[in-house]
Design a protein around this ligand. Structure first.
Ligand code: ZN
Length: 703
């Protein structure tokens, strides 16, 4: 095996090990450790034959094996062909938001060995190191195996200034190649990207360093920068630490011909998403930004020809920068950055991007991915406004979870277009953090996280309301057949009899039903004695009360209310996130040859007698005023509204969070297209919500 049996030392700056030692002690105590890796294509795992053979994964494996008591999490933030300039703008969204304990950064073969990249690298390092999660930061330099070049000279100055450990492949591996003890071809097929053996060797150099720290873990280490009040001054102009990346979901622009790409993004390496496209000469897009550094990120395409654009700052056409979407390489489309303003005057600037050349045979549009803007916070406060914008919380779109049930049907596919598992699918859990069906965020910066994870890790999105779990559950139910007749306890009864569980309050909005549809709501017993007699003696025809319903009716089911959905009905249910149900009667049906269990005593205990009158049980909500939030119910556990949109509506999101379900039609929310069957959450402090189109929404919150 290449390099086997030798210990390759790559430490070129020892730095301070305080944070690393604390991190290892935490792992030794069995606490959870999150490891994050940020870099270019090598970190992404390019040319390793599988993601588990990438050096980053191998280093994560070391943490796992070294600390078997701890749960170790792995976050790969590698994106091929990108520099620390982009790194500074994305480290927050791609690494720091997970609150990592250990972070490794590599950009030495992506950055050029220039002062410009010393500044961008310093910005990235400062931003990571000074983040409030205080990660143990380790710096690593890859090297070109064909000529020994990397940006180490510039990067090393940053490592020294902040006393950060740095290991170098230029120091560990390159001399071995020079002296002929290792062969370049055995490590890398292209002189740059390591193969599996190369990745193993890189990992070995990093691990050898970590082993040294491990061996000295219990030796005292002086406090590192940032632990006390000692903060080193930047060694460069440091204009990149506060870089922010603007894409179509977090920026405002004036476009003529440039179109927002609203297709969903599949992970951070799905890079040509959330930007804008343009095809015709003269198409324009204009931004107003605040800061001193401005860069444009766009696609350079290997499939040619594509249009060429030009970026102009503050109307100075003579200094315009050509953004050529055509790429004269063959290794794939490139996410290219051009800096269009550097150390410019502080304050507001306009950026106009215009297509200046298009061709009849263009094979793809020009793709503008983002604008990256930053300024020096130390010099002024102009970034305040920009940071506020950066904090603008995203709309959380969720992927539903489907439940097959014996009584379910196929309307969730036929009417809502969902990809359901079978023709007996009864429930779509549209907004749920319940362990039996935890919805996953579909797109944007929290993509891939479950709602329960998001609730736990980012409570600020939900108004930090201090509840132990996401409190609501929104479902769409398709009942092909009758559901069993049931009742839910209240919190007090459930707390006493069901291991401290919560009771359950729910409500229904009828989405669709046949002409003569009815629901079972309440019962006909006049006294508790009568109730007990009817249930114990099985006088079901006397006991059961059916109430006719139609599309657009709304029913609140308080605890103690006997209820059942009848075949043919489709409804949207908003409920407390709990599941204590007592089955009163199941029509004497058999399931697997046996009747399903009934809960006779509990039902008698909790059913309210007498029931609410039929008139008070069902509320007509079909013809409420359009373009306003109509409150359907406000109870201790939730509020529910109905909103029919027929013209542009602006509402203010002032609740801890607001769940919205599109149940009819289509339209837009803050410019993002939405359609029937989509469900989303507007987080706390979201502010203004602009809705337009022709659609019906059901919304809910906790207060
Ligand atoms: Zn129920």
């Amino acid at each position: 095996m290449v390099g086997c049996g030798r210990d390759y030392q790559g430490m070129i700056n020892r730095g301070n090990w305080h944070r690393l030692k604390e991190c290892m002690k935490k792992a030794r105590r069995g606490e959870k450790i999150i490891t994050g890796f940020l870099g270019g294509s090598i970190t992404q795992g390019s040319l390793s034959s599988g993601p588990e053979l990438c050096y980053a994964y191998l280093v994560f494996q070391w943490w796992r094996e070294k600390f078997p008591l701890a749960e170790i999490e792995f976050i790969n933030g590698g994106i091929g062909g990108t520099t620390s300039q982009f790194g500074a703008a994305r480290v927050k969204g791609h690494i720091l938001k997970y609150k990592p304990d250990f972070v490794l950064i590599e950009f030495a073969v992506n950055d050029e060995n220039t002062e410009f990249f010393q500044e961008t690298y310093e910005g990235l390092v400062r931003k990571t190191y000074m983040d409030k999660c205080k990660p143990a930061l380790m710096l690593m330099n890859n090297v070109r195996y064909d000529n020994g070049i990397n940006a180490e000279q510039q990067h090393l100055k940053v490592a020294q200034a902040y006393e950060l450990p740095m290991v170098s492949m230029k120091s560990a591996i390159w001399p071995e190649i020079m002296w002929g003890r290792l062969k370049e071809a055995e490590l890398s097929p292209d002189g740059l990207h390591p193969n599996d053996a190369g990745h193993r060797l890189v990992a070995q150099v990093i691990i050898s360093f970590l082993e040294q720290v491990y061996a000295e873990m219990d030796k005292e280490e002086t406090l590192a920068f940032g632990e006390g009040d000692r903060l080193p001054a930047p060694i460069t102009a440091n204009a990149y630490e506060n870089a922010i990346r603007y894409q179509n979901f977090n920026s405002e622009s004036k476009a003529e011909g440039f179109l927002e790409d609203l297709s969903s993004q599949n992970g951070i390496t799905d890079i040509f998403k959330r930007g804008w496209t343009a095809s015709r000469k003269g198409d324009k897009i204009r931004f107003e930004v605040e800061g001193t550094e401005i860069a444009v990120q766009y696609r350079k395409s290997v499939n040619k020809p594509v249009p060429v654009a030009r970026a102009v700052v503050d109307g100075r056409e003579d200094q315009g920068v050509i953004l050529d979407g055509n790429f004269e390489e063959d290794w794939g489309d490139s996410l290219h950055i051009d800096t269009i303003a550097r150390h410019a005057q502080e304050g507001k600037h306009t950026v106009e991007i215009e297509i200046v050349e298009s061709h009849e045979n263009d094979v793809a549009p020009f793709y503008l991915v983002s604008l990256i803007v930053s300024g020096n916070e130390n010099k002024n406060n102009i970034l305040k406004n920009m940071e506020d914008k950066d904090k603008m919380k995203p709309i959380l779109f969720l992927n539903p979870v489907f439940k097959e049930t014996i009584w379910g049907g196929s309307k969730l596919r036929e009417q809502y277009g969902y990809d359901i598992p079978s023709d007996t699918t009864g429930e779509c859990w549209a907004v749920s953090a319940h362990p039996n069906g935890d919805c996953v965020v579909k797109e944007g910066e929290y993509q891939g996280m479950t709602l329960s994870e998001l609730w736990e890790k980012n409570p600020e999105l939900f108004g930090s309301c201090g509840l132990d779990r996401f409190p609501l559950l929104t479902k769409i139910i398709d009942a092909r057949e009758n559901l069993s007749i049931q009742v839910h306890p209240n919190d007090a009864y459930a707390g006493e009899h069901e291991n401290g569980s919560l009771g359950k309050t729910e409500c229904w909005y009828i989405l669709d039903c046949p002409e003569d549809a009815a629901l079972i709501i309440g019962h006909n017993a006049g006294t508790e004695k009568e109730l007990e007699e009817m249930i114990r003696q099985g006088k079901w025809t006397e006991f059961i009360r059916e109430i006719p319903v139609k599309k657009g009716d709304f029913i609140q089911i308080d605890p103690g209310t006997v209820h059942a959905i009848k075949g043919g009905i489709m409804l949207l249910e908003t409920q407390q996130n709990s599941d204590i149900t007592y089955r009163v009667y199941d029509y004497d049906r058999l399931s697997d040859g046996k009747p399903r269990q009934l809960h006779i005593q509990q039902s008698i205990d909790v059913i309210t007698v007498p029931a609410l009158s039929p008139e008070d049980s069902v509320k007509e909500a079909a013809n409420l005023p359009a373009n306003v939030m109509n409150e359907l119910i406000s109870c201790d556990y939730y509020k529910v509204w109905k909103l029919d949109v027929t013209e542009p509506v602006s509402i203010e999101q002032t609740h801890p969070f607001l769940i919205m379900s599109v149940v009819e039609g289509e339209g837009c929310v803050n410019g993002r297209k939405i359609e029937k069957g989509e469900h989303f959450i507007l987080p706390d402090g979201f502010g203004k919500v602009e809705l337009e189109g022709n659609m019906q929404l059901i919304a809910s919150s906790i207060k």
